[in-house]
Design a protein around this ligand. Structure first.
Ligand SMILES: [Mn+2]
Length: 326
């Protein structure tokens, strides 16, 4: 389906209904939260009612986003006309058991996106779901308010790695320009997202970096439940640790493993550079994501899991070379 058709369909769905439930994936990131709140502001300016629910805690750094206080941790009992899921490949991905609504809409920009809903708009060329919500806002003819602009700018800022990932192009900066013109407070947002870390976040980073291993093009590290306790860290403090690994010169694939409380299992964040595909690696373990950023969960113990993973990452690096030579 053409992008313009998908946008028209979603705007029609909004016009034809009254109440909307908006949610996104578990362990929400800046795009999940920013695009959900941006969409909430849009739906409300179209004269409709919107509820935003997230199964997991909102990380402190996003507390600056306008409307953040409206997010609820539980699904409302009231049945909504439409539930809109942002960057989820299934209902499960939301972290909620089930989502009941008259209709399900799925908006996603992941390569691994699936058409599980009644209406699906998946655009893997979009740098963020926030950019897709922005297109909806422009097509709706509604005014882009400073609140909406700040939410969508945060989504795009974080999902492009502060405008550094490969998905960033001239149009991304055009988008940022437009959102700043509409009143997005880029300085306050940067201050909140990049310069307001709790001490525990920096301490768990220290623990992770002290476990760092590098083998050629592959880097990996982990934190255990003990490390987490010593640093007084919570899960969101581990966000972004993997980026330090992939920042190493010569490293093309990296994985960060975090032990989860449900007995000898690990949550993985994978990153890669260029043509190296870590979405494929994550998919092999039941996860998903983008070519250069993905995640999954695997069983321990570490001594068994790490060699398997490192081997997969070496293979991913090699097959990226093979593709280039073919
Ligand atoms: Mn995203």
């Amino acid at each position: 389906m053409m992008r313009a058709d998908a946008i028209a369909r979603i705007l029609r769905i909004i016009c034809d209904h009254e109440t909307f439930l908006i949610t996104s994936h578990a362990r929400p990131d800046g795009d999940a939260i920013g695009s959900a709140l941006g969409l909430m502001h849009l739906i409300e300016s179209m004269g409709k009612r919107a509820t935003v629910a997230f199964a997991d805690r909102i990380p402190t750094m996003y507390r600056c986003l306008p409307g953040i206080e409206r997010i609820v941790p539980d699904l409302p009992i009231e049945l909504h006309d439409v539930a809109i899921l942002l960057e989820c490949d299934s209902i499960e991905r939301t972290g909620f058991q089930a989502i009941e609504a008259g209709m399900l809409v799925n908006i996603d920009h992941h390569q691994s996106g699936r058409t599980f809903a009644d209406f699906n708009w998946i655009d893997p060329t979009a740098c963020a779901v926030g950019a897709m919500v922005y297109q909806l806002a422009v097509a709706s003819g509604e005014e882009i308010t400073p609140e909406m602009a700040s939410c969508l700018y945060s989504a795009i800022l974080t999902d492009t790695g502060a405008f550094t990932f490969a998905c960033t192009d001239a149009s991304t900066f055009g988008l940022a320009e437009h959102l700043l013109e509409r009143g997005a407070d880029s300085t306050a947002i940067a201050q909140s997202i990049y310069f307001s870390h709790p001490e525990s976040k920096v301490r768990i980073l220290g623990a992770a970096l002290s476990n760092l291993e590098v083998d050629g093009e592959v880097a990996w590290t982990f934190v255990t439940l003990d490390d987490m306790e010593r640093a007084n860290a919570i899960v969101e403090d581990c966000e972004g640790i993997v980026n330090y690994l992939i920042s190493i010169l010569g490293v093309r694939a990296a994985v960060f493993l975090r032990e989860i409380p449900t007995g000898d299992r690990f949550r993985l964040n994978l990153r890669s550079k260029g043509a190296v595909d870590v979405a494929e690696v994550a998919e092999r373990f039941g996860g998903g994501g983008h070519r250069n950023a993905s995640g999954c969960t695997i069983d321990g113990p570490l001594a068994q899991a790490i060699p398997v993973l490192v081997n997969e990452l070496h293979l991913a690096c090699r097959s990226a070379c093979a593709t280039l030579l073919a």
